[in-house]
Design a protein around this ligand. Sequence first.
Ligand code: TRP
Length: 450
Amino acid sequence: MRDKWSSNLGFILAASGSAIGLGNLWKFPYNAGANGGGAFVLLYLLFLILIGIPLMISAITLGRKTQLSVFGAYKSINPKWSFVGGLGVICGFIILAFYSTVGGWVIYYLKTAILGGLNSTDPIFLGNLFGNLMNSPVELLLYQFIFMLITMFIVLKGISNGIEKASKIMMPSLFIIIIIIIIRSITLNGSLVGIEFLFIPDFSKINMDVAMNALGQVFFSISIGMGTIVTYGSYLDKKDNLLTTSSMIPLLDTLIAILAGLAILPAVFALGFEPTEGPGLMFITLPAVFSSMPLGNLFCILFFLLVLFAALTSSISMLEVAVSYFVEEKKKKRVPSTVIIGIIIFLLGIPASLSLGTWSFKVLGTLNFFDLYDKLTANILLTTGAFLLTIFIGWVLKPEEAIKEIESSGIKFKLANIWTILIKYLVPIAIGIILINSYIDFIKSILNIS
Ligand code: TRP
């Protein structure tokens, strides 16, 4: 028999564990910083409500209806569509490849914090610390490997075990520590500029590229577009109310992202860092914030420990998609599948790990490996996956069927009409337009045309 979540709360914890991760804490702040601040945040919120939540409902429904992980879920309804599941499995490999890179940075920072090496408010010192890590291949690969090893270990232990219990303590702790950082961050001299940057949209900054990045960020952050949520939904019991869950998870996820932005960006402006810094932003800025508060080092250690936990509850959800595909569809054994896939992903991640330092050459057009993996997943594969999901639910499975599944647990889907219109028309059109831009942008970067 298939494993089930031990309770609806178990599902909520696991799905929010998947959603809340480096996407919120690390990617959202630097994406907002690089894409005009408030304009990006505004589009993000708009896309979350109009596209993200309706898709979340769709993905959970598809999983629970079929009780199969993503590949089987599409296949069981229409075999021609099983390629979408396949796309998701591939996408999971690539995301996890660079996700584990960043997971490795977190372990390195945790170690350095424990050794007291992050105690500085000097932007140059902290910038160099990050830069030096990027140029230390042995350390990068070691920590990336440790990250993958822990991920594999947890996936091997099955879904409804210790992680659910640990989440109940770790997630609220993460929340509290972010609030503490925010208090320090917004009371720094000169932080107001950062708060305004984040919340007052400059409409002239809105363009197709910002929209593309905001939409990609929504999908990445709520784990939509590669089948994680479909797969997790398949372990959900038929009697659970999936509507509250589908809206609660994205909203909670977004709250954490905004809070992370509020913890980091005001400090960026107050302490003299650059909002357009890119992937190093969180790692360079936060140690400075910790260093300027009482018990800073202790909070710093705790913070990186909790970030590591949040990253792991996300990485296991990605590995689980690939593993469950090989176990269910290819009838492979769970243990060897997990180990082999884990190793392949580690190998795939090596170029990404090295590409912010020793291997910073451009592998395709203007992209190094890290950028390539990032753009290929968030802007292309996830967005394509989300587009196909909405077409599938809207036009293949049909909203009426989905609504029947949703209401089978004895609840009434009050917004069923609005959801139907969104899923059939608005969401596909909106994603479609942005997707065309993403393909053009991607081809341009590959061919090196600006
Ligand atoms: N959402 C996670 C984060 O924000 C990352 C993640 C986990 C993910 N599973 C996913 C992203 C599936 C896209 C698709 O860190």
